[in-house]
Design a protein around this ligand. Structure first.
Ligand code: ATP
Ligand code: MG
Ligand code: MG
Ligand code: MG
Length: 571
């Protein structure tokens, strides 16, 4: 590719709404352009990155025996009614009507359609196991689409669905996908961690998330470096961290104000009525705008959905991550006793969790239900009624793990998620096959998602500096850029640059030759912003000594390499 014939349009400034590095840098590098909130055009170089990510995923999915097909973005509502998710999914599911007033949805995932396919196509145990996948546009009407490709409304996901004869076989399919995901994220060149996870809106009983380690990640993961324990903090059954049950406190009842206003705010944010089990919630939000102060809302709820008290306050000391507020702080800032917060909190420190860094995107929630269980989690709007159970007071970086060693906390970006679904969808849609004994038997399912477009953003969150993106080579828009100094002025420079370009192309390297004749400073800045991992500078000065300069994107200095050794050096 020659730069003069390609579309390159870098920007000095990022849009003011771009809060995180990936959003800023992808926009500045000209890889994405916004069409609407959470909806982007993938510009040529951004699309190249996505295609490379897809290619790796495809190869590994095929290697693991999965079979590619393509399901529609627009899906008939009937199937979603059958599974129960037409109602259940909440406002994230975009529902549309056609000209005949028939209901359709834009797919956020494809369990319904694939289960419909399976029930029509699979009749016998001989056809199992089978695992279908596609790489397709998804739509989720996220409450707060932000951070560019990280949390889009329209985005690209690879989703796979396995069908098996029984649970044991389904477990093998799950394990095969888990292994494939390990290979995929290793090949993508990302530092990641697989963690036990909550099953969320997809449902099912067992799941793991694949988290790219990055300070700007929305998720908190807890792990023990000395064991294989690693879990998303949202998770209910984190094995060594299950909270003790506490007797329900009477404090909540005592302090309830009968004539309190209705809690419409929360219900509205939830997009549905509150459930009776929610007795109290403490939630903290990070600011939408940088200038906005951090708000900690204290919402005291009763089972009948009445709001007893709502206060907004700012607690100091949350600047660098989360911590626990003390009883005194709660009294001072909210003017009430921590006992208001619910059963588990009537003792010692109160579980207020907050994070004030703008980069930390999530809304956190913690609370307690009437059994004394704690709710914590992100995406609380979706998660609340089934919110996982967790006692945050266990979880401070460096805390001892009851099973030995100590627990560490890291931030992660969820890029992949594998679920063991069991018969949740196959039972609802009656997807059966005939067993060896001739009996119709419900299929066991698993589903496996990877956020293709989110991976591009996550790679940048993990790999960038003040000058721009630093792509892992496997997914860089170009692996190498040749920057000739005076391409149109010096025949020697042009010859060497053209020769090296042809050699690299012949060797299968994705190479860009910058023949735009821009000033070196501007040319270098462009490619540093775009994040090409290797730059070869061809200039008359070096050529006098028979060398070109080869500089990895992370290095502060270039290697002087003899012209005839350049090809091997790059390979
Ligand atoms: P999150 O917790 O970030 O909202 P999720 O748990 O809702 O994600 P899944 O239903 O597990 O997402 O979907 C599988 C994968 O799709 C996720 O692991 C993630 O990589 C990707 N994904 C989900 N939502 C988005 C989004 N809004 N934008 C981009 N990628 C997304
Ligand atoms: Mg989600
Ligand atoms: Mg999630
Ligand atoms: Mg998930």
């Amino acid at each position: 590719m020659h730069a003069s014939k390609y579309h390159i349009n870098t920007l000095k400034e990022a849009p003011s709404e771009a809060e995180v590095a990936s959003h800023q840098l992808m926009t500045r590098a000209g890889m994405i352009r916004k069409a609407a909130g959470g909806i982007y055009s993938y510009m040529p170089m951004g699309l190249k990155v996505l295609r490379k990510i897809e290619a790796i995923i495809r190869e590994e999915m095929n290697r693991a025996g999965a079979i590619e097909l393509l399901m529609p973005v627009v899906q008939p509502a009937e199937l979603w009614v059958e599974s129960g998710r037409f109602k259940e999914y909440g406002p994230e599911l975009l529902r549309i009507k056609d000209r005949h007033q028939r209901d359709f949805v834009l797919q956020p995932t494809s369990e319904e359609v694939i289960t419909d396919i399976a029930r029509n196509e699979i009749h016998s145990w001989r056809q199992l196991p089978v695992n279908f996948y596609h790489i397709q546009t998804k739509f989720r009407d996220e409450r707060r689409p932000r951070f560019g490709l990280m949390r889009g409304r329209e985005f690209i996901m690879k989703d796979a669905y396995s069908f098996d004869r029984d649970e044991e076989a389904a477990q093998l399919s799950y394990d095969r996908m888990y292994e494939a995901y390990m290979r995929i994220f290793t090949r993508l060149g990302l530092e990641f961690r697989a963690v036990a996870a909550d099953t969320g809106a997809i449902g099912g009983s067992r799941s793991h998330e694949f988290q790219v380690i990055a300070d700007t990640g929305e998720d908190l993961i807890v792990y023990n470096p000395e064991s294989d324990y690693a879990a998303n903090i949202e998770l209910a059954e984190a094995p060594c961290l299950i909270p003790e049950r506490a007797a329900p406190s009477e404090a909540l009842q005592k302090t309830a104000t009968p004539d309190a206003p209705k809690c419409e705010l929360v219900a509205e944010q939830l997009g549905r009525p509150l459930t009776d089990t929610v007795k109290s919630i403490v939630l903290a939000t990070d600011p939408v705008e940088k200038s906005e102060p951090v708000k900690i809302w204290l919402l005291l709820l009763r089972g009948d959905h009445e709001l007893n008290e709502i206060k907004t306050s700012k607690l100091p000391g949350f600047e660098n991550g989360y911590r626990f507020a003390t009883e005194e702080e709660i009294v001072e800032h909210f003017g009430c006793m921590p006992g208001y917060l619910g059963p588990l909190n009537t003792r010692k420190p109160v579980n207020v969790i907050a994070d004030t860094t703008v980069a930390n995107m999530s809304d956190f929630i913690c609370g307690a239900n009437e059994e004394g269980y704690h709710y914590t989690g992100m995406n609380w709007v979706r998660d609340l009624p089934e919110a996982p159970v967790f006692d945050l007071r266990n979880v401070v970086d460096g805390d001892p793990d009851p099973k030995g060693g100590s627990l560490r906390i890291q931030r992660g970006i969820e890029v992949g998620h594998v679920f063991f679904l069991g018969d949740k969808y196959s039972r609802a849609l009656n997807a059966t096959f005939l067993e060896t004994d001739g009996k119709p038997t419900i299929m066991q399912m698993g589903c496996y998602g990877i956020g293709v477009s989110r991976i591009a953003a996550a790679a940048i969150e993990q790999n960038h500096d003040s000058r721009g993106i630093i792509w892992p080579r496997a997914i860089a828009p170009f692996e190498v850029v040749i920057c000739p100094l005076g391409y149109h002025k010096s025949e020697t420079v042009r010859n060497i640059a053209d020769t090296l370009y042809a050699e690299l192309q012949a060797a299968g390297v994705d190479v860009m030759l910058d023949d735009r004749d821009t000033r070196p400073g501007i040319m270098f800045a462009d490619w540093e912003l775009i994040g090409v991992p290797l730059r070869v500078t061809v200039g008359e000065r070096g050529l006098k000594d028979g060398v070109v300069e080869i500089q990895p994107r992370r290095a502060s200095e270039a290697d002087r390499v003899a012209c005839d050794a350049a090809l091997n050096h790059v390979l």
